[in-house]
Design a protein around this ligand. Structure first.
Ligand code: GLN
Length: 265
């Protein structure tokens, strides 16, 4: 009799424990489809599914917090969020301030223009207007390579029908004032479609998605070879190990591939 009650108690306790279990605040910037976006008032996307799957495996709940991309790292360091899941590229500079998980996907940068325009990759030079999202690797690339007087673009970074280096001279560098920084890529794409800017530099998987939902097209790929990782506060080994082991399990059981298929194919 006692045993039966005991079992009953345990069975009841498991979901209760889970319901009251630890909840991690996951920071993201939800205008980055298919990594994260809003659909029917819900946060959805590859990163959102991924962190929820890890939560299921490791027994934590997820609360999604949508903030601007350049606020994510400061929010993590001040403890307002516990995890960044935002299609964030693992970079050396960011590694100095946060700890990244093992990479779970990879991509390059794309040059996105209006579908009805005649622009090719030379849109990156001359007096054109370029949009980026503040603090992203697209922003960094544009700032570093297009607005510097001593511009040195290695031709292999941009592949298209011709070499970028042939189009470079001091004269045709994009003036700094022509680079517009947006809080979200949704605003940037809206400005592109409305002809307020001529091109956007952004992650290729996201550019691909915008070509399906908006009148825009990709005219070039910048081979930045970026790896995406989730981030935790520097030194939070326990959470980092938990996330890494979750990612590894999802790699092994095929679930990660399933999510890649669902969102990127
Ligand atoms: N992968 C890019 C970066 O890390 C852009 C990420 C984003 O806009 N969410 O900077």
């Amino acid at each position: 009799m006692f045993k039966r009650y005991f079992m009953f108690f345990i069975v009841l306790l498991i979901p209760i424990l889970f319901a009251f279990g630890v909840t991690y605040k996951v920071g993201t910037e939800a205008s980055f489809p298919p990594f994260e976006y809003v659909e029917n008032g819900q946060y959805v996307g590859f990163d959102i599914d991924l962190i929820r799957e890890i939560g299921k495996l490791k027994g934590f709940n997820v609360e999604v917090i949508d903030i601007s991309f350049d606020s994510l790292i400061p929010s993590l360091t001040t403890g307002n969020i516990d995890i960044i899941a935002a299609g964030m590229t693992i970079t050396e500079d960011r590694q100095k301030v946060v700890d990244f998980t093992i990479p779970y996907y990879s991509g390059d940068q794309s040059i996105l223009v209006r579908k009805d325009s005649d622009f090719d990759i030379t849109v990156l030079f001359g007096n054109h207007k370029i949009g980026v999202q503040t603090g992203t690797t697209g922003d960094l690339w544009v700032t570093e390579h297009l607005s510097d007087k001593n511009i040195k673009i290695k031709s292999y970074w941009v592949f298209h029908l011709f070499k970028v280096t042939e189009h470079l001279s001091d004269k045709n560098i994009i003036p700094k004032k022509n680079i517009t920084r947006y809080d979200t890529f949704n605003f940037a794409v809206r400005d592109l479609v409305n002809k307020n800017i001529d091109a956007i530099v952004l992650d290729n998987p996201v550019a691909e998605r915008f070509t399906k939902t908006d009148p825009v097209k990709i005219v070039g790929i910048i081979k930045t070879e970026e790896s995406y990782g989730m981030a935790v506060k520097k030194g939070n080994k326990e959470l980092l190990n938990l996330l890494n082991s979750g990612i590894q399990e999802l790699q092994k059981n095929g679930k990660l591939d399933e999510l890649i298929e669902k969102y990127f194919k």
